[in-house]
Design a protein around this ligand. Structure first.
Ligand SMILES: Nc1ncnc2c1ncn2[C@@H]1O[C@H](COP(=O)(O)OP(=O)(O)OP(=O)(O)O)[C@@H](O)[C@H]1O
Ligand SMILES: [Mg+2]
Length: 269
């Protein structure tokens, strides 16, 4: 008997063209855990995430969210439980305006009137989008980063128990990235974040899972795996900046900044 909100046993998946994208995946993720899913391009991250809300169905093994196996007959409940933000926001946004898009999920959950307005406005505020300005905008005309934020707002508006994000920072500007990290840090939710941004993993996720060619090759403390440059390289990953350049870490900053007069002195020479 398992008690975790996400439990995966022996999950394998082969695409119709014969690509073995997932091989015997076994995972268990506890309530309120924040887990980074990392791996090189094509390692199977997105394929795994698409199984968490039944966009792909297990071919072998099983995926259980809450107490429910991910099967066609449970899809509605599964999708209320697990919110997935896709890698490409164009795959997610499908309504003509931002308002219609962010309202779509909660409307389907039966929300109306004040409760609906309150839910979607909170979700938009959480991703730093001004409701008045963005609500009437055409989703197709937004920039990549704006689309990503609207996609995240649409999922937050459904208040899922498990928040799954596929490359959430890929198109964000530095400030939006920082705001998103703060938001994710503040949300008391189980979170699974597929990312190439290993600095995000270090900052946000005590636990990291490394996928390589469809297999889990590491599942443990983020701190531990990021300190293994040879292992990371073996699986086509690069050490995060904060490890490869230790002076990027706040605790390693010089105790005293160089006085400005010294800097100008050096420049003049
Ligand atoms: N629709 C598809 N048909 C056939 N093969 C696919 C399909 N989608 C993905 N694949 C293959 O499955 C493997 C895993 O792909 P996936 O998109 O899950 O990787 P990823 O880890 O998310 O990569 P990225 O970092 O580039 O997003 C890759 O070899 C990919 O080419
Ligand atoms: Mg992917």
């Amino acid at each position: 008997m398992h008690h975790n909100p996400l439990f995966i046993r022996d999950l394998s998946f082969t695409y119709p063209d014969g690509t073995h994208a997932l091989k015997a995946i076994a995972l268990s993720i506890a309530a309120n855990e924040r887990v980074a899913l990392v791996g090189a391009n094509g390692s199977g991250k997105s394929t795994l995430l698409l199984h968490l809300n039944g966009l792909l169905m297990p071919q072998t093994g099983e995926v259980i969210v809450g107490e429910l196996p991910v099967r066609p007959e449970n899809l509605r409940q599964v999708r209320n439980f697990v919110g997935v933000v896709f890698q490409n926001p164009d795959d997610q946004l499908f309504m003509p305006t931002v308002k219609e898009d962010v309202c779509f999920g909660p409307l389907n959950q039966g929300l109306r009137g004040e409760a609906l307005a309150c839910r979607v406005q909170m979700a938009m505020a959480a991703v730093g989008l001004d409701w008045e300005y963005y609500a009437p905008r055409n989703t197709g005309n937004l920039s990549g980063g704006e689309k990503k934020r609207v996609a995240i707002a649409g999922v937050l508006a459904m208040q899922p128990q498990i928040l799954v994000l596929d490359e959430p920072t890929a198109q964000l500007d530095p400030r939006a990235r920082r705001q998103l990290l703060q938001l994710l840090q503040s949300l008391p939710l189980t979170q699974i974040i597929a990312t190439h941004d290993l600095d995000l993993a270090v900052e946000l996720c005590p636990r990291t899972i490394v996928l390589s060619r469809g297999r889990v090759v590491f599942d443990g403390a983020t701190e531990q795996v990021m300190n293994e440059p040879a292992f990371l390289e073996q699986h086509a990953l690069e050490s995060p900046l904060c490890y490869s350049r230790p002076y990027c870490r706040i605790e390693d900053r010089p105790l005293q900044a160089t006085p400005p007069e010294l800097l100008s002195y050096d420049l003049e020479r």
